[in-house]
Design a binder for this molecule. Structure first.
Ligand code: LLP
Length: 463
């Protein structure tokens, strides 16, 4: 289908529903560096490219919808985290944000470790050659099989999430004749400033063992008593898409407080603390994320200060960024299918994907931006809602954005910052075929996760 402007495209520039939050950007062709992967640019002809490859070529070769991941940017971000924390700390990439074997190899190359939270993620990591001792295994309800596989493989740590799990991991480790390194995940009682579904440090939720009421101290007591466990540290993850560092500071303060209590009660100084992931990224131009070196400085300073105050040896710190590494590195490319102007309201732009490739808008009210990428346009801005092709009115990809009023079927539009929690949360709703992930680097594009096919769907349907 033609990528050029459709001469009969709707003109709907003058419609701005009352109370709409933001004015249109001065130049719709401009790509805000904050939200796009580092090698994304517009060629002199006006087509957007990533890793030196034009999106029109990518669409022809790989189809749409598809996620295009800037490998150079991914490696740069991974390296920036690694360098920022230096050799006295460990960076565990959170595989739940997006995991594939290629990603595992890049992380390995760049000296990062890996956090997995299921048997599937563990298998992917091991099959791509991540050394088991650089893997941390998470989850609030790991199965016996998952625990066995992790211990047999020799994972570097299992993060214990409940009293039952402390006993379970101890039994399984003993039955395998092993002593497993473990951390205990606690909830420190911080209200992280983020969406309720991705805040995890307040007490009324399923993760971790509350510090309040002495429960975390009791978990430590049990873990220290049981055979088969080597308790190496305390873990805290306060939530996700957080910009304000104060939550991390309070968490660090409380975790160090627990380390001090443990030293006082048991005479043991635990050597590790993990402060989790959760650092926010820019989804729109309004977001201002912190750089890894600022985060590293803030976290290491607070932990050292707190330990000094408590007369503790400073433990080895680890962090688990997922979104902050992979989120900004990818965009989703869609083809515009239909354009429906609703007088006095807005224009609905339907694309060939939707909530099956990005559930975040429907689930968390997430905000995204969008751009016309197959050409430039000098047409006036029109307020649009980018929607998918699913059978739900909540199937929204971008709630409010501006696109040029000459937008037409066949145009390619891209939603940036979809590297994290989009492909990894993709579904087959309406029997949609989950899109591929294509890595682009220095003029070359290669599929790292292929597109699902109808055969894939039918293979699972054995009735
Ligand atoms: N560590 C632990 C123990 C976690 O539970 C998570 C995320 C991370 C690290 C990584 O957090 P990140 O740096 O990526 O924010 N689906 C949601 C996010 C769920 C996060 C779950 N845990 C979303 O799309 O926003």
């Amino acid at each position: 289908m033609s990528r050029s402007a459709h001469p009969a495209g709707p003109r709907h520039a003058d419609v701005l529903p009352e109370g709409h939050p933001s004015a249109p950007p001065a130049d719709l062709n401009h790509l805000d560096r904050k939200v796009w992967a580092s090698t994304v640019t517009r060629t002199p002809e006006g087509v957007v490219s990533v890793g030196g490859v034009e999106v029109t070529r990518l669409a022809e070769e790989f189809g749409t919808p598809a996620y295009f991941l800037d490998e150079t940017d991914f490696r740069e971000r991974a390296r920036a985290w690694r360098t920022a924390f230096g050799s006295d700390a460990d960076v565990f990439y959170a595989g739940k944000a997006f995991l594939s074997r290629a990603v595992v190899r890049w992380l390995h190359d760049e000296g990062l470790n890996l956090d997995v939270c299921s048997g599937g993620e563990l298998t992917t990591a091991l099959s791509a050659g991540m050394p088991a001792d650089r893997i941390a295994f998470h989850g609030n309800n790991k199965s016996v099989e998952e625990i066995e596989t992790a211990i047999r493989a020799g994972v570097g740590r299992i993060v214990l999430d409940s009293f039952q799990e402390i006993v379970r991991v101890s039994h399984i480790a003993q039955s395998l004749g092993k002593r497993q390194r473990v951390q205990i995940r606690i909830t420190v009682g911080v209200e992280a400033h983020t969406h309720e579904f991705i805040a995890t440090a307040h007490e009324d939720q399923k993760f971790g063992i509350p510090l309040a009421g002495g429960q975390a101290a009791e978990a430590v007591r049990r873990a220290l008593q049981l055979d088969g466990l080597e308790l190496v540290g305390i873990h805290s993850h306060i939530g996700s898409q957080i910009f304000d560092m104060s939550g991390f500071e309070v968490a660090a303060h409380r975790v160090v407080g627990l380390l001090k209590d443990i030293r006082d009660e048991h005479g043991v100084e635990l050597p590790e603390i993990d402060l989790g992931g959760g650092l926010g990224i820019a989804y729109t131009s309004d977001d201002d994320p912190r750089e890894p070196h600022e985060i590293a400085k803030a976290l290491t300073e607070i932990v050292s200060r707190e330990c000094e105050g408590a007369k503790l040896r400073t433990p080895r710190i680890s962090v688990e960024p997922g979104r902050a590494i992979v989120g900004p590195t990818a965009f989703t490319l869609y083809e515009v299918g239909t354009i429906k102007p609703l007088d006095g309201l807005r224009t609905y732009v339907s694309v060939d994907g939707g909530m099956s490739d990005n559930i975040r808008t429907a689930l968390y009210d997430a905000e995204y931006s969008v751009a016309l990428v197959s050409r430039t346009s000098e047409a006036a801005p029109m307020l649009v809602r980018v929607v998918g092709k699913h059978c739900e009115s909540g199937d929204i990809v971008v709630k409010d954005a501006f696109l040029p009023a000459d937008l037409a079927p066949g145009d390619l539009i891209a939603v940036p910052a979809t590297g994290a929690y989009c492909r990894s949360m993709a579904s087959n709703y309406n029997h949609a075929l989950r899109p591929p992930v294509v890595a682009v680097r220095e003029g070359e594009a290669r599929v790292i996760v292929r597109r699902e096919t109808e055969e894939d769907l039918l293979r699972l349907d054995v009735g």
